[in-house]
Design a protein around this ligand. Structure first.
Ligand code: NAP
Length: 528
């Protein structure tokens, strides 16, 4: 084995098996392999049929994504290397046909497992099946591969988030992963739900718990040293490649960017000084490819699976306070089309739960119920309360992560960086110490605008005008309201019913006017 071999040469002639390519990270992985490892032999991608689309149709629609425009332009034939395999990780043997299975077992040497359920509050059994059983099945398949070299598994930096200091090592868990899989097989859903609180312990949700169980399954029942685990923190849009700002997932902070930019989110529970450990999606993807390369070319037969914490170095920390300021800055500079309310151009984050609750009542619930009431009277479909319920559950999921800080060790990542050639360091970059957060969050905001909301830049002047008009109306109404209150006080007549009634009427009109009444295409319905 040539240890100095370039990574793209290493992948030349090898066949790979990928799961989760219809998802956010899997797509980026597939694109990166096609672009930077063009001589790869074949890439088998496991895709389940969904919404009446067959796997090969879903694969075709992936290639239509702007993400693949560059690689297809450079090499239109690259698609031919990708073979869709119909399957579902929830089915025995992943539901792969015998014919496909024999091709994969004969041909594939490297496996990348990205498929999972990333819903934080997934019912316990579903989370176990998607995040633990799937790993068991991938191990089973890998063991049958004639040329098997390495299995790369995507975990999360929050798998042991009840710890403050997280090294690149396994931590013991409170259950034998195989026992848990057995329970999930025979227990009823209700029994599993009853069992969940005692097993979850200090875990905030079923997602982080099942990710920690999956890691321990790989440690005790996996393929030992021929395993690489990459643990990214909060994965956000691409940093550099194939374009800055690409994202297509509504998970995680995208919801914040949209709801803040659309003027809906006006307060957030979080510590300004806590690190928002965002990691651009191209970073863990490059780390996965580099991790597999190192595992195969520089194998240490004694060791356990290698773990890479994929988080930002302390030297380039990004804080929740920075995010809150930058969201406000970008909402003003590059407003999203058709905002539901005039976006807030100031910081919106506070660690005080009482303040957050009060702000939710006064800035979210009261206006939402008021405007939905008006919509009902106007015989239109109410929507704001529904949206705020979704935003509320999104914030509930994020709150655990916005008020805490963690310290992750990154020694394995640094060691890996050291042994890579200069060329590979450039092609398969994962060092974020030079990332410019101001520019990155602007690109992220633009990526959400372009690739998720499908908004066009030529709408910007209209949106700016719309916001300015609403701001002027809002200022006039606020001025009138203030005048009315002062006048009432000066008249010593504040309790007079008529003045209070007029003040309430103004409040009512004011909150109604600060909303966009057109049902429009608000993407809140997509929030999980
Ligand atoms: N995004 C993050 O912030 C983040 C952070 C840390 C770690 N991770 C890890 O990274 C991995 C990928 O995350 P992501 O953000 O790309 O998630 P995602 O966008 O939700 O994608 C999940 C992928 O898994 C597939 N999948 C789910 N259940 C399946 C099943 N039963 N059979 C076949 N395929 C199935 C989905 O296919 P369908 O399209 O058919 O549903 C989809 O392709 C996960 O392991 C996650 O834990 C993500």
């Amino acid at each position: 084995m040539d240890f100095t071999m370039d990574m793209s040469k290493f992948y030349a002639g090898r066949s790979l098996f990928l799961t989760g390519v219809t998802g956010f990270m899997g797509k980026v992985l597939l694109e990166k392999i096609l672009r930077s490892c063009p001589d790869v032999s074949k890439i088998y991608v496991l895709i389940r049929p969904k919404k009446s689309l067959l796997p090969h149709e879903r694969l075709a629609s992936i290639f239509d994504s702007p993400l693949f425009a560059k690689v297809i332009k450079e090499n239109a034939n690259c698609k031919d290397k990708v073979i869709s395999v119909s399957g579902d990780v929830l089915q025995p043997h992943m539901g792969i046909s015998e014919e496909d299975n024999s091709h994969i077992q004969e041909d594939v040497s490297i496996v990348f497992h990205c498929a999972a359920s990333v819903r934080f509050q997934e019912p316990f059994r579903d989370a176990i099946e998607s995040n633990v059983r799937s790993v068991d099945r991938v191990i089973e398949l890998s063991k049958k591969m004639r040329k098997f070299e390495v299995l790369v598994h995507l975990s999360t930096a929050f798998a042991y988030c009840y710890r403050k200091h997280i090294e690149e090592k396994f931590y013991p868990i409170n259950v034998n992963p195989k026992d848990l899989l057995n329970c999930s097989r025979w227990m009823s859903t209700e029994m599993m739900e009853k069992l969940a609180p005692s097993l979850l312990g200090d875990h905030p949700n079923t997602y982080t718990y099942t990710k920690s169980v999956a890691e321990n399954l790989l440690l005790h029942h996996g393929i030992e040293h021929r395993t690489v685990i990459v643990r990214p923190s909060i994965v956000t849009s691409s940093w550099k490649e194939p374009m800055a700002g690409w994202c297509d997932s509504m998970n995680g902070p995208v919801g914040l960017v949209i709801t803040f930019g659309k003027g809906l989110l006006r307060t957030m529970l979080g510590k300004r000084s806590a690190a928002a450990n965002f990691v651009p999606v191209d970073v863990p993807i490059n780390l996965m490819l580099a991790g597999a390369w190192k595992n195969v070319t520089q194998r240490n037969y004694e060791s356990e699976p290698t773990i890479y914490n994929c988080t930002n170095p302390d030297s380039n920390r990004f804080l929740w306070g920075d995010l809150s300021d930058l969201l406000a800055y970008n909402a003003k500079l590059l407003p999203l089309d058709k905002p539901a309310r005039i976006p807030l151009y100031g910081s919106s984050i506070s660690p005080n739960r009482l303040r957050n609750k009060l702000e939710w009542i006064f800035c979210h619930w009261i206006p939402a119920y008021t405007v939905d009431g008006i919509l009902r009277i106007a015989r239109k479909r109410p929507k704001f309360v529904r949206w705020y319920k979704k935003i509320n559950s999104m914030c509930d999921c994020l709150n655990y992560f916005t008020v805490r800080s963690w310290k992750w060790e990154n020694n394995n990542k640094q060691e890996l960086q050291k042994i890579m050639s200069d060329k590979d360091k450039k092609t398969f970059y994962f060092d974020t110490s030079t990332l410019d957060w101001n520019k990155y969050i602007e690109d992220y905001h633009m990526g959400v605008k372009r690739y998720i909301l499908h908004e066009k830049m030529d709408e910007l002047p209209n949106t700016r005008k719309w916001i300015q008009r609403r701001q002027t109306i809002s200022k006039i109404l606020k001025g009138l309201l203030l005048f009315l209150i002062l006048y009432s006080l000066l008249q010593y007549d504040f309790v007079s019913q008529s003045n209070i009634l007029i003040a309430c009427l103004f409040l009512f009109v004011h909150s109604a006017i600060s909303y966009w009444m057109d049902p429009g295409q608000q993407p809140i319905s997509k929030l999980r």
